[in-house]
Design a protein. Structure first.
Length: 497
């Protein structure tokens, strides 16, 4: 205040006038986000890649829904500028005589863009940001060998020294600081002979004139050697975590959001998954039914230690707000060191020891915009929703041992967690606000608690909630849980920008 000339001397006490105090309250100096957490800390970047949450995009090329929207190279540039460090590229053969693959969502009418233009975009970003932490290109490869060879050639010639070529027999994953300015490839490598995932192809019954069977040529592996040599992370089908924990550190799994829900129904999988994520990477992605490009709540996957929680960046929903908030930390570099609770612990692990009580009182707002960025229209009637997204270990809901009341839990991003048979949803009315909880009796699941204020009529300029009560939240996993504050228009206008 003194440095900016706001403070003065009056009655031997430092004072500040009302206008400057209001500027302070609504300015960056009074941000609820801890200032030291916003700053990039290079000293935290020396752990293996598996120790970090990595900002990850799903079907990065799409501008809208999963069925008929446009594909655009600009979406890759936008994702990178937003801090994304894992980009997805779906590659298919094209009609081009140059064997340049096309990128689009297969078996849909989404438009197509050339593979080489995306790689040129990534290269331009690396050139402009040479100190960037590693960028991972997740290749969903549907190409035949000639097009795969062209992909490998494009990656090597376009990216040059920025392309990280893994050394065979790697025992430990490198750290982000060791890979500054590098681009890593995630895809598939040819299956080893002892691997159960060896690809089988039905042979065509051909008989030679002399009655002898025609010996067919050896079946080529799905991935050509030129592309396999560049692939750092090898996608392997999940069978069980006991087997997964014996895999190479560069082998990794991808799980749909429904698979995450199914696996966490068995309490034994939770510590095994965290153990696997100690030395390996896990990627989760939206369910195939999300054709509108909506997102699932990422908190559950993050709590399990999953590093790559892939979201549809083109959809600005609740899940993307949480993702932006998570990766605002550490300078927005796209890598955040995972907290202790996401790592394997002793069997006597008890999250209750880390519980905290969070109390929030909504006081006022200032200069609220109209919904959807409108300039003209009715004066808004704002109210505030305060949400805490958390995880629950095992909780007694009512102690009665009664049967569960519902089989479906809805989170705030709109996802359905199916199969949560031992769950109950409780609504507790308290004056003008509602507490909403989703709690599991058996395993850790997502719990979202929501409270809301009264509505202030016809005042978007300086609404005040003088009589609002203090909202109290018990947070079980404070190092993973997230706070979300949403301002809504009660006139039906929806979310305020």
């Amino acid at each position: 205040f003194v440095k900016r000339g706001w403070a003065g001397k009056e009655n031997k006490e430092e004072t500040i006038d009302r206008l400057h105090f209001a500027e302070y309250l609504f300015g960056p100096h009074n941000d609820a986000f801890r200032p030291e957490k916003v700053m990039f800390d290079r000293t935290l970047m020396d752990k293996p890649l598996s120790h970090y949450w990595i900002n990850t995009s799903h079907n990065t090329y799409l501008t809208g829904d999963q069925l008929k929207s446009l594909s655009s190279v600009e979406m890759y540039a936008a994702a990178l500028q937003r801090g994304c460090k894992c980009l997805e590229i779906d590659c298919w053969d094209s009609d081009s005589k140059t064997n340049n693959p096309m990128v689009y969502h297969g078996y849909t009418v989404t438009s197509k863009i050339p593979f080489d233009e995306i790689i040129s975009c990534v290269k331009a970003y690396v050139d402009a940001n040479p100190e960037t932490l590693p960028i991972i290109l997740s290749l969903e490869n549907h190409c035949t060998h000639p097009f795969q060879k062209r992909m490998a050639q494009t990656l090597e010639t376009t990216l040059g020294d920025a392309l990280y070529i893994p050394k065979p027999g790697m025992l430990f994953l490198p750290s982000p600081v060791e890979l500054v300015g590098k681009v890593l490839i995630k895809g598939k490598r040819p299956a080893e002979k002892e691997d159960d995932e060896t690809i089988t192809v039905e042979s065509v019954d051909q008989t030679l004139p002399d009655g002898k069977e025609n010996s067919s040529e050896p079946v080529l592996p799905k991935i050509c050697p030129e592309l396999a040599r560049l692939t750092m992370f090898n996608g392997v089908k999940y069978r069980n975590f006991e087997q997964s924990n014996e895999m190479s550190c560069t082998d990794m799994h991808s799980f749909s959001e429904l698979k995450v829900s199914k696996l966490t129904k068995d309490p034994a999988n939770v510590p095994l998954w965290r153990k696997y994520n100690l030395d390996h990477l896990s990627r989760t992605y939206p369910a195939g039914g999300r054709v509108d490009s909506s997102n699932y709540n990422p908190i559950a996957a993050w709590s399990l230690g999953c590093q790559m929680v892939a979201l549809n960046f083109q959809t600005d929903d609740s899940a993307m707000v949480l993702n932006d908030g998570r990766f605002r930390e550490n300078g927005g570099c796209g890598y955040v060191l995972r907290p202790r609770s996401t790592f394997p612990m002793n069997e006597d692990r008890n999250s209750c020891k880390g519980r905290v009580m969070l109390r929030i009182r909504v006081l006022a707002a200032a200069c609220l915009p109209k919904p959807n960025g409108d300039i003209a229209g009715e004066v808004i009637d704002p109210f505030v929703v305060v949400r805490v997204h958390d995880m629950i270990d095992s909780v007694k809901v009512d102690g009665s041992g009664s049967s569960p009341k519902t089989n479906v839990i809805k989170d705030l991003a709109g996802m359905s967690i199916t199969g949560a048979k031992n769950s109950v949803v409780k609504d507790i009315t308290d004056k003008s606000n509602v507490i909403k909880r989703s709690i599991s009796h058996q395993v850790e699941i997502l719990e979202t608690t929501e409270r809301k204020t009264d509505t202030v009529k016809d005042n978007g300029f300086c609404p005040q909630w003088d009589d609002s009560e203090v909202f109290s939240f018990t947070v079980s996993f404070p190092d993973v849980a997230m706070l979300q504050i949403v301002v809504m228009d009660d006139d039906g206008g929806g979310l305020l920008d």
